[in-house]
Design a protein around this ligand. Structure first.
Ligand SMILES: [Zn+2]
Length: 617
């Protein structure tokens, strides 16, 4: 939960912390280098075949009648953000005043009502920040500051100097209680550890009584709770509560941290339920949890702890904090949201939250971070894309309120994200991905057979380059492939006439490789007349196999798009696509574009292969 050696009350000591942190980083780097070098020489496999010789399992609590597994989360807990304290302490370069203020403002916008802002006795920056918030009256009426202090007389005194004039505050006292710390770090007995906590509690009570204009809340953390004997946790918390005598006027929070995560989340839940069931003043206190993430299960620990009876969660946005970080409050909140429970926090502008947090912490958000990473609403795989595309189509068709979307537990729109990144195309993508992007960005509703044809082109392209295809590259490829721009046979002008016998004559002037030609033909419609004109001009024997057209956009004056596929005498197929203000011109050009592909294939050694079925990925 915290690691700073206490007593940093002057600016030069803050500097000392930075130097110390740099030294630790240097030592760690050297150790890693040494590890790489000596590891090779001394031992092939540094990992033990019998890890039990070195590592012991953490103890568990006996709670056979545990109740938490059959409960459900139905409401949001009280949240405390400790970004400005626990998170800040873990930064290589802790936040300066400006960054702290930007983060504070963000937390207010997100709806946090309890914010641990500082360890005022540990650094001058923290002390000054508390003073700024109070003196500049930046604390809204429904927001409560929290500050942390160790159980030392001078530090507690300095903490209350920092808090003078604050309307409401939570004073958070902690000391480490686990045998590992009692025996190795402090060399103190259980009684001495209890005495330390109660002495701190008494001093805090006296300081609070001396500033009665503030509404005080008292918080105590048996730090290292999750590997302290459960009965000793009860003993020390009872002793502190006896000093504090919590009631409605002077509420108390008991915070039970997984300072270092040492076991599976069910064990943490058992520990919380055990405490809740045995603590004598359960109804008079708020039970808070403060999970870290050493085993990667901080979120699970927090959720199971809430099932086990906890009322409140302390954590950081995107899980910043010492080592593997504090529990991530964004994930916790949105996990509730996607179960239909309002988290009472607002992440409608996720991009802004990410921008402020990464700027203040100078740490990135992982691309696969739950709900927030830049890839979490993206599907590359073909089968996923196909399912999502169908999901969106049904949603649009049926005007559904309920969110039922394959592969997407949260509607990206709810956190201010567009659907643009939902589907991205690489060599793993099938026909749906490219079709979706062309539909979303250009309004094309491609016939299924064309989707398959284009998917093969995309596949060749992505296999050739290995990477992702951007929207722009995809559109360029589509236009090139089907003659949307710069077709091999470009229509200049066309006239058609129908005679009384039902025959249509067509005369079209076209450009082929900078040469102007006039094509003439007749048929029982102007498209078949054009097919005949192509036969006499180029000896191309084409049959129109598929013809689709639709308008782009909803306005009646919108442009039309035409899709035509032709097969030649040998069964080879080509598609042409054209977009034009005039429907007939679009269709004619689409036919010429398809024909152009046969002409190009004839003049180049590689022929168009006959169409085969798409292999779905
Ligand atoms: Zn912590």
């Amino acid at each position: 939960m915290l690691t700073l050696p206490g007593g940093f009350t002057k600016p030069e000591r803050t500097q000392g912390v930075v130097t110390f942190a740099r030294q630790v980083v240097t030592i760690a780097r050297a150790a890693r280098r040494a590890c790489r070098q000596t590891g090779k020489k001394q031992k092939e496999n540094p990992m033990l075949t019998q890890p039990a010789d070195k590592y012991r399992p953490s103890p568990v609590v006996s709670l056979p009648d545990r109740q938490w597994p059959s409960r459900q989360l139905t409401q949001a807990p009280r949240w405390l953000s400790t970004d400005l304290r626990d998170g800040n302490q873990a930064l290589a370069e802790p936040m300066d005043r400006e960054r702290k203020m930007a983060f504070w403002d963000l937390l207010l916008r997100c709806g946090f009502r309890e914010i641990e802002v500082a360890f005022p006795s540990a650094s001058q920056t923290d002390f000054d920040f508390v003073r700024d918030l109070i003196e500049q009256q930046r604390i809204p009426e429904d927001v409560t500051l929290q500050v942390l202090t160790q159980a030392r007389e001078d530090l507690i005194a300095r903490t209350f100097v920092a808090l003078q004039g604050v309307p409401r505050a939570i004073v958070h006292l902690y000391n480490a209680t686990a045998p590992l710390f009692r025996e190795r770090v402090f060399k103190q007995s259980k009684a001495e550890i209890v005495a330390l906590a109660t002495a701190g509690a008494r001093q805090i009570r006296a300081e609070c009584q001396a500033q009665p204009e503030t509404h005080w809340t008292f918080e105590y953390s048996p730090e290292t709770f999750c590997f302290t004997e459960p009965k000793f946790v009860l003993e020390i918390c009872e002793a502190v509560a006896d000093v504090w005598q919590p009631d409605a006027q002077r509420p108390m929070i008991i915070n039970l941290p997984a300072t270092v995560e040492v076991n599976t989340p069910n064990v943490y839940a058992d520990q919380i339920e055990f405490f809740c069931r045995h603590f004598s003043r359960r109804d008079a206190v708020c039970i808070s949890v403060h999970p870290h993430n050493d085993r990667g299960t901080g979120v699970a620990c927090a959720e199971l702890a809430l099932l086990a009876g906890a009322d409140r969660v302390e954590g950081c946005l995107f899980g910043n904090g010492e080592r593997t970080g504090n529990v991530d409050l964004v994930t916790l909140a949105l996990n509730l949201y996607t179960q239909g429970v309002s988290p009472q926090l607002d992440f409608s502008q996720m991009h802004e939250v990410i921008e402020v947090v990464t700027r203040c912490n100078q740490l990135p958000v992982h691309p696969r971070h739950p709900y927030a990473g830049e890839l979490v609403f993206t599907a590359f795989s073909g089968s996923h894309q196909d399912a999502i595309k169908k999901g969106f189509a049904i949603r649009a068709q049926q005007q559904e309120t309920e969110w039922q979307m394959p592969y997407l537990p949260l509607d990206p729109a709810d956190i201010g994200c567009s659907y643009e990144a939902v589907i991205r195309v690489n060599s793993q993508s099938g026909k749906s991905g490219a079709a979706w992007l062309l539909e979303q960005n250009h309004g094309l509703q491609m016939p299924r057979a064309l989707q398959q044809d284009f998917s093969r082109c995309v596949q060749l392209e992505t296999d050739r380059h290995g990477g992702e295809m951007t929207h722009y590259a995809l559109w360029q490829l589509f236009c090139r492939q089907y003659g949307v721009t710069q077709p091999a046979v470009a229509l200049q002008r066309a006239d058609s006439q129908s005679d009384s016998g039902g025959q249509t004559q067509i005369s079209a002037s076209v450009m082929v490789q900078d040469r102007s030609l006039t094509l003439t033909g007749s048929g029982n419609g102007w498209l078949s007349a054009a097919v005949n004109a192509l036969r006499s001009a180029f000896d191309l024997h084409l049959t129109i196999e598929d013809y689709h057209e639709h308008t782009l956009g909803r306005r009646s004056d919108s442009r039309s798009v035409a899709y035509i596929s032709c097969v030649d005498a040998r069964g080879a197929r080509a598609w042409g696509v054209s977009i034009d203000n005039d429907t007939a011109r679009a269709a004619l050009q689409a036919l010429l574009s398809a024909a152009g592909q046969f002409l190009q294939a004839e003049s180049s050694p590689s022929e168009r292969r006959p169409a085969d079925d798409e292999t779905s990925r």
